[in-house]
Design a protein around this ligand. Structure first.
Ligand SMILES: [Zn+2]
Ligand SMILES: [Zn+2]
Length: 342
């Protein structure tokens, strides 16, 4: 029997079309893995080509003597510019803001073939530390209202450069989707007196059916009302509204959980294109009791079609519980794939 499920914070309904249900493994890409070289002479993100990118704003290790492990640079083709001021204008109903913002690229590692699922946990932890450092630095800018950190893996997920990298975009406005999520979380907090994310994490861990894996500080689970197959959320177990508050110890654990989840998706579904994004409360809500940040991982296994565009509702053909069971069974040992220096 098909079923409609409501997302507990967006309040959006999703159709879980069990009549058209697919077994999770039917969604594997069956693509032959492309042989990606570790170094490409013409790639501006590869070591030796640092002069071909804008000057770096952060590098690990800090100091210029040792070779870098992670670099952060302004995006050469930035969507927004830090050179302009966010001046607002309104004429009739047409509201505009001059295109102020920051758009940065986090180069995940010197290895051109080093997709995050294949890197060492230590390297993933360095990438997450770079996210935190830039997130906190840009949050101090009073003109910045929201920061989105994301990764596009594969052409269908929007990646235009092959060298693995992540991006950060700081905007002068809070996106309405984020506002809506904050509002629903606040309403729940006012009604019930608890963080709804903390509540969900607790119940999901009790139920187990949608849990994919759990570390000491983070848990990865399939989304109850997943709009698309294998949509997975990673929540910190400690209540935290802002990603900027993550500790070093928590970064080490998140690196393990995120890398293992990406590796399970990579191995189990044969390297599908994928996006992930850090969904944090805007900086001014750091310390808020009603919001709880998380990582949203969305493999791009299906295409958005007319019904989704027309209604905003999605039809998901894979049961989230079946997706969780499938991913739990994909075995990844600690040494899996690691290509980067430890
Ligand atoms: Zn490269
Ligand atoms: Zn919470």
């Amino acid at each position: 029997m098909p079923e409609l499920r409501q997302n507990f914070f967006s309040k959006e309904w999703v159709i879980i079309a069990t009549e058209r249900a697919k077994r999770p493994e039917e969604l594997a890409t069956h693509r032959t893995a492309p042989a990606i070289p570790a170094f490409v002479e013409t790639c501006p993100f590869c070591p030796g080509n640092e002069g071909k990118t804008p000057a770096e704003v952060l590098r690990f290790p800090t100091g210029a003597t040792e070779p870098w492990t992670v670099r952060v640079i302004p995006n050469k083709f930035a969507a927004l510019s830090s050179e302009v001021q966010p001046k607002r204008t309104l004429r009739h109903l047409w509201r505009r803001i001059d295109g102020f913002g920051f758009h940065e690229v986090i180069i995940d590692s010197p290895d051109h073939s080093g997709y995050m699922a294949l890197l060492s946990e230590a390297q993933v932890a360095r990438i997450l530390s770079a996210y935190r450092e830039r997130y906190n630095a840009l949050s101090l800018d009073q003109r910045v209202n929201h920061i989105t950190i994301f990764k596009n893996h594969g052409a269908d997920a929007g990646a235009s450069m092959q060298h693995p990298h992540s991006q950060l975009i700081a905007t002068p406005v809070i996106p309405s989707q984020v506002r809506h999520r904050l509002f629903e979380a606040l309403r729940h907090y006012d009604d019930v007196g608890e963080c709804m994310f903390c509540h969900v994490v607790e119940r999901e861990i009790e139920d187990q059916v949608r849990i994919v894996l759990k570390g000491e500080h983070f848990v990865a689970m399939e989304v109850f009302a997943a709009a698309t197959p294998f949509a997975t959320h990673i929540f910190p177990l400690r209540h935290m509204a802002s990603f900027g508050d993550i500790t070093d110890m928590e970064i080490a654990d998140l690196a393990g959980v995120l890398r293992t989840l990406l590796a399970k998706i990579y191995a189990g579904l044969e390297n599908p294109d994928l996006n992930f994004t850090v969904r944090s409360a805007p900086a001014e809500y750091a310390g808020a009791r009603h919001f709880h940040w998380y990582v949203s991982v969305i493999p791009r296994l299906t295409r958005v079609a007319g019904f989704e565009l027309g209604s905003g509702m999605f039809i998901n053909t894979v049961l989230p519980e079946a997706a969780a069971e499938f991913l739990r069974k994909v075995a990844i040992d600690k040494a899996w794939g690691a290509t980067a220096a430890p």
